[in-house]
Design a protein around this ligand. Structure first.
Ligand SMILES: *[C@@H]1O[C@H](CO)[C@@H](O)[C@H](O)[C@H]1NC(C)=O
Ligand SMILES: *[C@@H]1O[C@H](CO)[C@@H](O)[C@H](O)[C@H]1NC(C)=O
Ligand SMILES: *[C@@H]1O[C@H](CO)[C@@H](O)[C@H](O)[C@H]1NC(C)=O
Ligand SMILES: *[C@@H]1O[C@H](CO)[C@@H](O)[C@H](O)[C@H]1NC(C)=O
Ligand SMILES: *[C@@H]1O[C@H](CO)[C@@H](O)[C@H](O)[C@H]1NC(C)=O
Ligand SMILES: *[C@@H]1O[C@H](CO)[C@@H](O)[C@H](O)[C@H]1NC(C)=O
Length: 449
């Protein structure tokens, strides 16, 4: 299912670095993922075209809409939710097409208003185009820091279906006034088409199910309406569809690494040293780092102007299985050219690694936002396959226990809110999961390759 997240590059990607983009969205690489997210962007080895593409979009006027922090209890607190409007195709009588910004800064979505789906749909319908930023992301931030307590209105209330972020959209649709437009375009008087991709795709479907009176039609593009704890298929799709030579090299490396990591302390130290990570004390962290280049796969795109070459570069660094060189690293450790090449690739990126604290709460720590949603409600932890016989391209050390350590480290219990031991995925799935349906709800998905 997660393969579909890469349907459009702008739904992914915020951070690129030498090892590849570690998606802020939907890929949860465990605790090391947080450190990867903090790495500076590297213009030399990384792939910067995606950012360039976003920066080149023309500007659209930006507005605020006042939202209550809590839709269900009157706390007196409000915040400004940002939105952008394109009226270039609008004619009275046309619908409003709103794109849900999802788990990122709304500015990243502006290309959709200019040349993407919102422009296409509004052009076809004389519609008004809107990008609506999601609470807590970008500048629609209602709090002073990102502690566990401050984040508690970011996700669903754990025991009810309706959540604040969906209620924001409903409130917006029912009450917004657009500058320079005299007609009342609020829902349901005017038809609203709700669009989103990936997490926001799930939100589109959820909006149609929860607010059928307000949402005339909804399009869920690669919507992740089915929440799951272990999302081992995330990597498995890559294994199935990436070039087979490359996958053979990765499988060879991972098998070798797993074997030596667990054989003895000395083989473990030898193999970690080969990757330049002897000082990374936790073997799970090491295993997790090895999976990080795989995150590049979801940045592949049919449009070279916005696609990434990261995965192809990684594969070409791995060489070919036809090279049957074997190198003895120590008396007990012999590795293939695949392992040497993988190690060289990782060595370029990491010497040693500062696995420092997760408990930094200021507003620059935006990695805390989506991960909070993951830890409370969505899951999608990228793990190894549960079946040991299943071929795999990531270490068997990538277990659910390891992946969820992030939740414990990053979100210690607050005074008002405690993150559960495992996310409660029941609420999301009770809205329909894989069988979600609604009138005029379009579910659009792609094939993995
Ligand atoms: C929107 O709200 C922010 C504060 O959240 C403020 O800094 C900004 O000036 C406001 N913009 C407009 C156009 O009112
Ligand atoms: C976070 O912000 C709240 C106020 O919104 C404040 O009471 C709390 O002390 C802050 N916590 C940290 C760790 O900065
Ligand atoms: C999970 O959420 C569902 C639906 O919101 C709720 O009924 C259930 O009690 C929750 N489970 C736990 C363990 O909190
Ligand atoms: C092997 O390494 C572990 C953890 O690093 C350590 O606790 C243990 O004492 C070591 N065993 C030997 C025989 O050195
Ligand atoms: C690894 O750690 C050892 C001591 O713990 C230190 O002497 C050494 O410089 C470290 N290596 C690197 C590459 O940082
Ligand atoms: C085979 O792999 C080794 C180790 O990576 C490398 O040094 C050598 O150049 C490769 N040989 C060929 C023919 O590519």
């Amino acid at each position: 299912m997660r393969s579909s997240l890469r349907t459009s590059s702008a739904f992914v990607v915020l951070l690129t670095n030498l090892v590849g983009s570690v998606q802020s969205s939907l890929t949860t690489f465990g605790t090391q993922g947080v450190n990867l997210l903090r790495l500076p962007k590297s213009p030399s080895g990384g792939d910067v075209r995606l950012e360039v593409a976003a920066a080149a979009a023309p500007t659209f006027p930006q507005y605020n809409f006042t939202q209550p922090l809590d839709h269900f209890v009157d706390t007196g607190f409000t915040f400004n939710q940002r939105f952008w409007v394109s009226n270039r195709h609008y004619k009275p009588g046309g619908p409003v097409v709103v794109l849900d910004g999802g788990e990122t800064d709304g500015e990243d979505r502006l290309p959709f208003l200019d040349t993407g789906i919102v422009d296409i749909l509004t052009s076809a319908t004389n519609g008004l185009g809107v990008i609506l930023e999601h609470r807590y992301y970008g500048k629609s931030v209602p709090v002073e820091n990102f502690t566990t307590d401050s984040l508690r209105c970011a996700s669903a209330l754990l025991f009810v279906f309706v959540n604040h972020a969906l209620a924001d959209s409903a409130n917006f649709m029912a009450n917004v006034k657009f500058e320079g437009i005299s007609e009342d375009l609020t829902a349901p008087g005017t038809p609203w088409i709700y669009y989103g991709g990936s997490y926001a795709g799930a939100r589109s479907a959820h909006m149609k199910v929860l607010y059928p009176e307000l949402v005339f039609g909804a399009i869920a593009s690669s919507g992740v309406t089915f929440a799951t704890l272990k999302d081992w298929q995330y990597f498995d799709i890559i294994r199935q569809f990436a070039p087979s030579d490359c996958i053979q090299q990765i499988e060879d490396t991972i098998q070798t690494v797993d074997k030596y990591l667990t054989a003895s302390n000395s083989t473990r130290d030898t193999i970690k040293s080969a990757f330049g990570m002897k000082n990374l004390t936790n073997d799970h962290d090491f295993a997790s780092l090895l999976s990080s280049p795989l995150g590049n796969w979801q940045n592949n795109n049919w449009d070279p102007a916005v696609g990434s070459t990261g995965f192809a570069n990684f594969c070409s660094a791995l060489g070919s299985p036809s090279n049957n060189t074997q190198v003895k690293l120590s008396k007990d450790v012999t590795v293939s050219s695949a392992v040497l090449n993988y190690a060289a690739y990782m060595n370029r990126c990491f010497g040693t690694f500062d696995a420092s604290s997760y408990q930094v709460y200021d507003l620059s720590q935006t990695w805390r936002l989506w991960d909070f949603q993951v830890c409370t409600q969505w899951g999608f932890f990228s793990t190894a396959p549960p079946d040991p016989k299943q071929p795999r391209i990531v270490s068997k050390l990538l277990t659910l226990d390891y992946a969820t350590l992030l939740c414990k480290f990053a979100y210690p219990p607050g005074e008002h809110f405690t993150v559960p031991a495992l996310p409660n995925i029941t609420a999301v799935n009770s809205l329909g999961g894989l069988n979600i349906a609604g009138d005029r709800l379009a579910i659009i998905d792609g094939q993995g390759a």
